[in-house]
Design a protein around this ligand. Structure first.
Ligand code: ATP
Ligand code: MG
Length: 446
C-alpha cells in the first residue's frame, strides 16, 4: 500500500513551532482588543457566487485558484449549489455584515478573524494551498464615518504596532490610491491607450491584460517588462479631487503618527473590490513571496454583493509568512521545558508498591499542575537511569518518588542545570519547582 501523505500545498504544523503560531495569534488578539475590535468567525465554505461577485471573475483567484464543487441537490427538482472553500475572508465578513443587518446599528463594525484560506496556487516557500490569514475589517454606513481617511490611517498605524509587537523588524509599508471606481475606469482607458504601442514588446500575460484588464499589467513581475511599465502613466494623475484629498489626509495622519511608508504608484492589488487606499507590508527576508500582508479600502463591495452602502477598509496578513519571518530572525523555536519530571521509582519485584508509587505520582502531578506548573509524569517501570535521561530531555527538574519518599513525605529533587540535588518537603515542592533554575555548578564565577 502506498503511504498517505498530506496533500500537496498543505502542511502539518507540529510543536514546538505551533507555540510560535499561538504566540502570534495571542499577540494579534491582544492588539486588536486594544483597538476595540471584536472577533468574527465565518464559515470555511460559501456559495461560489459570493467570490465571483466580490473578488472578481477576472482575477487569478476566481479564474483559476478556487476549490469549487457542486453540492448534492436536496431535491431532484433543485439545482445543485456551487460551493467554494474561501480563498480570502473579506467577502465572507461583508456577506455576514449584510445578512445580519449590522449596518442598521448605525455603528462602525470593527471585526477581526484568524483562520485558514484555500487557493490552488503553485506551492513554494511562503505559498501554500491551505494557509492562514489574520485579518480585520472596519465597515459601516457612511454616517458612522466609515469613509473617513482617519480610519485608513488608524488601521495602518495598528498594523505597524502589531508587527512591532510581534518582533518583526525591517518591514516596509507601501501605499497607493487606486481612486474611486470612476477613477479606475478612467485610468484603465488611459493605460489601454498607452499600452497599444508597447504591448507587442511585453510578455504574453501582459499582451492579454493590455486588452482585458490593463490595470493588471502593473502587477507583472517579468524583468524585461519593468522599464516599459515604469514609463506608463501613473494612476495618481487620473484621480479626481476627492480621491486626492482623501489620500493626502491618510498620509498626513501617518506622518503625524510617525508611521513610515513609501508611495508605490504600481500597487493596485489583485482583487477587484479595492477603491482609494491600497497597501502592502513587505519584508526583505521572504524572497519572492515578500508580502507579509495586503489590504485596502473597498467602498463599493457591499453594494456589489447586494447590500447597503457600506464603505470599509481591511487587510489580511499571511500568518505562514509571519512565522517564516520570525523563524528566520530567531532561528529555531526553543523547546519548552517542563518545570518538573516526576519519576515514580520502585523495585520491580514489588508490583504492589509499583501501583502505590505510580498512583501517588499521579496525585502529586495533579497537585502541581493545579498550581500552574508544567509537569511531565514518568513511568514506574523505568529504571533510575532511564528516568533521568527522559527527565533531562523534557524538564528542568526531576522529582524522585520512591518507597522512602512515600514514607517520609520528603522528595529528592535534582535541578538539571546546576546538577544540585535537594531534599524538599512535599508541602514546599510547588514553590521550590517554580524558582528559576540555578547556574550550572562550577560556572558561577566564569
Ligand atoms: P501574493 O502577491 O503574495 O500572491 P496576494 O496579493 O495574493 O499575495 P492577498 O490576497 O492580499 O495576497 O492576501 C494577503 C496576504 O495573505 C498576502 O500578503 C500573503 O501574506 C498571504 N497569502 C496570500 N496567498 C498565500 C498563499 N498561497 N500562501 C501563504 N500566504 C498567502
Ligand atoms: Mg496571490
Amino acid at each position: 500500500m502506498t503511504t498517505l501523505k498530506a496533500v500537496r500545498g498543505t502542511r502539518d504544523l507540529l510543536p514546538p513551532e505551533t507555540a510560535l503560531w499561538n504566540r502570534i495569534e495571542a499577540t494579534a488578539r491582544a492588539v486588536f482588543a486594544r483597538y476595540n475590535f471584536g472577533e468574527i468567525r465565518t464559515p470555511i465554505f460559501e456559495d461560489t457566487g459570493l467570490f465571483a461577485r466580490s473578488v472578481g471573475e477576472e482575477t487569478d483567484i476566481v479564474s483559476k485558484e478556487m476549490y469549487t464543487w457542486e453540492d448534492r441537490a436536496r431535491a431532484q427538482s433543485e439545482k445543485p449549489q456551487s460551493l467554494t472553500l474561501r480563498p480570502e475572508n473579506t467577502a465572507g465578513v461583508v456577506r455576514a455584515y449584510i445578512e445580519h443587518k449590522l449596518g442598521e446599528t448605525g455603528q462602525l463594525q470593527k471585526l477581526y478573524y484568524i483562520g485558514p484560506q484555500f487557493r490552488r496556487e503553485r506551492p513554494q516557500k511562503g505559498r501554500y494551498r491551505q494557509f492562514s490569514q489574520i485579518g480585520a475589517e472596519v465597515i459601516g454606513p457612511p454616517s458612522a464615518g466609515s469613509e473617513s481617511p482617519l480610519r485608513d490611517a488608524e488601521v495602518l498605524e495598528m498594523l505597524a504596532t502589531l508587527l512591532d509587537e510581534l518582533g518583526i523588524t525591517g518591514w516596509t509599508l507601501e501605499i497607493n490610491s487606486v481612486g474611486s471606481s470612476a477613477d479606475r475606469a478612467r485610468y484603465n482607458e488611459v493605460l489601454r491607450a498607452a499600452l497599444i504601442p508597447v504591448a507587442a514588446q511585453m510578455c504574453g500575460d501582459c499582451q492579454r491584460r493590455a486588452v482585458t484588464n490593463p490595470l493588471r499589467v502593473l502587477d507583472c513581475k517579468v524583468a524585461e517588462d519593468q522599464a516599459i511599465i515604469d514609463a506608463l502613466p501613473k494612476i495618481a494623475d487620473s484621480l479626481d479631487g476627492e480621491s486626492k484629498d482623501h489620500f493626502a489626509a491618510v498620509t498626513a495622519a501617518l506622518d503625524k503618527a510617525e508611521v513610515p511608508y513609501t508611495r508605490n504608484y504600481r500597487l493596485v492589488r489583485g482583487l477587484d473590490y479595492y477603491t482609494r487606499t491600497t497597501f502592502e507590508f513587505t519584508h526583505g527576508g521572504l524572497g519572492a513571496q515578500n508580502a507579509l500582508l495586503g489590504g485596502g479600502r473597498y467602498d463599493g463591495l457591499s453594494e456589489a454583493i447586494g447590500g447597503p452602502k457600506a464603505p470599509g477598509i481591511g487587510f489580511a496578513m499571511g500568518e505562514d509568512r509571519l512565522v517564516l519571518t520570525l523563524l528566520a530572525q530567531e532561528s529555531a523555536v526553543p523547546q519548552v521545558l517542563a518545570d518538573a519530571y516526576i519519576a515514580p521509582l520502585c523495585d520491580e519485584k514489588k508490583p504492589d508498591v509499583l501501583v502505590l508509587v505510580s498512583a501517588t505520582a499521579l496525585f502529586l502531578a495533579r497537585e502541581l499542575r493545579r498550581q500552574g506548573l508544567r509537569v511531565e509524569l514518568g513511568d514506574g517501570s523505568f529504571r533510575l537511569k532511564k528516568s533521568f535521561e527522559a527527565g533531562n530531555r523534557t524538564a528542568r527538574h526531576i522529582v524522585i518518588l520512591g518507597e522512602d519518599e512515600l514514607e517520609s513525605g520528603i522528595l529528592t529533587v535534582k535541578d538539571f542545570a546546576s546538577g544540585i540535588q535537594t531534599k524538599v518537603p512535599r508541602a514546599e515542592l510547588a514553590a521550590f519547582l517554580s524558582q528559576p533554575s540555578g547556574e550550572p555548578a562550577g560556572d558561577s564565577t566564569s
